[in-house]
Design a protein around this ligand. Structure first.
Ligand SMILES: Nc1ncnc2c1ncn2[C@@H]1O[C@H](COP(=O)(O)OP(=O)(O)O)[C@@H](O)[C@H]1O
Ligand SMILES: [Mg+2]
Length: 275
């Protein structure tokens, strides 16, 4: 299982200078992350590293702190303690390289903007405002919508499409942004089977291009097909590593406790008990 964690020694400048646990080239390295909304932490002292060019899953029960972990990794909610490095750099410097697709239920969609507008927002960094407003920006945004199967929805209001479609709009925006690290919060929730296949196809193509994908995922049946690595969390880190060695009955039980039937777990997980 995972190697012993050595805490990073962090200089006054916020750079890791000591024997940090995560490789310096990790796309996303999280050290000792603790996040609290109240007295009880939602995420406690989590260490994790997501390697460049891999598709990783974050798995855990409802309320385990998965969404909180992603948001804190992005810097959109404050950390109580801990460090986050993106491609070996500070979050501030690397923020523009991250694309984020929030959990669909968590966003207020009641604002008047079209699907195409949302995707074009992803082009600010690459093209600047003038480029974004040009025909070139529009064509690029349409191409990204096409990749997620939503070309026909370009002119719809964002509030008038389904939750799964909105998530695909965000994925298209991350594609337009040409993000190097994609953080996706349950990208397959509320999508039909054909759409799920289309999305995983897009993610695997991104991996081929050397992009890094980290997705909160709840369907244990597809873990082995979709993901290279897995981080199991329940407030604390339970286990992390390659799916082949980490997605085990024992680790799932440690993560979910009595919430999943053992028979169900053993069907899904790699048998690690010799039966
Ligand atoms: N904005 C918030 N304010 C207060 N508590 C929150 C907030 N967001 C999440 N929580 C709480 O933090 C815990 C972790 O939530 P979350 O990260 O959404 O879990 P998950 O994504 O694994 O279901 C839960 O107990 C949840 O109720
Ligand atoms: Mg969540």
């Amino acid at each position: 299982m995972s190697p012993t964690i050595k805490p990073a020694i962090v200089s006054d400048l916020g750079h890791a200078v000591g024997p940090a646990r995560a490789p310096r080239d990790a796309a996303l390295a999280i050290h000792g992350l603790t996040v609290s909304y109240s007295e009880k932490p939602a995420v406690f002292s989590v260490d994790a590293a997501f390697s460049t060019g891999e598709i990783s899953a974050i798995v855990g029960p409802n309320g385990a702190g998965k969404s909180t972990l992603l948001k804190a990794a992005l810097g959109v909610i404050p950390r109580l303690s801990g460090e986050v490095y993106v491609f070996g750099d500070t979050l501030r410097n690397a923020r523009a390289r991250i694309g984020y697709v929030p959990q669909s239920a968590s966003v207020d969609w009641d604002f008047p903007t079209t699907v195409l507008d949302v995707v074009q927002m992803g082009l600010y960094r690459k093209l600047g405002l003038l480029g974004r407003l040009s025909g070139q920006g529009r064509a690029q945004a349409l191409e990204c919508l096409d990749r997620v199967g939503l070309a026909d929805f370009a002119n719809r209001q964002i509030g008038q499409i389904s939750g799964g479609q909105r998530q695909r709009v965000f994925l298209a925006r991350a594609l337009a942004q040409d993000a190097d690290l994609l953080l996706l919060d349950e990208p397959f929730a509320g999508v039909d089977a054909a759409t799920e296949r289309a999305i995983i196809g897009v993610l695997k193509l991104l991996r081929k291009d050397g992009k890094t994908v980290v997705a909160v995922h709840h369907d244990l049946a597809t873990i082995r097909d979709y993901f290279d690595r897995i981080l199991l969390v329940n407030v604390r880190r339970i286990a992390e590593g390659p799916v082949a060695t980490t997605f085990t009955t024992e680790n799932l039980q440690a993560t979910f406790g009595g919430r999943l039937a053992t028979t169900h777990l053993s069907e899904l997980a790699i048998m690690d008990d010799g039966h």
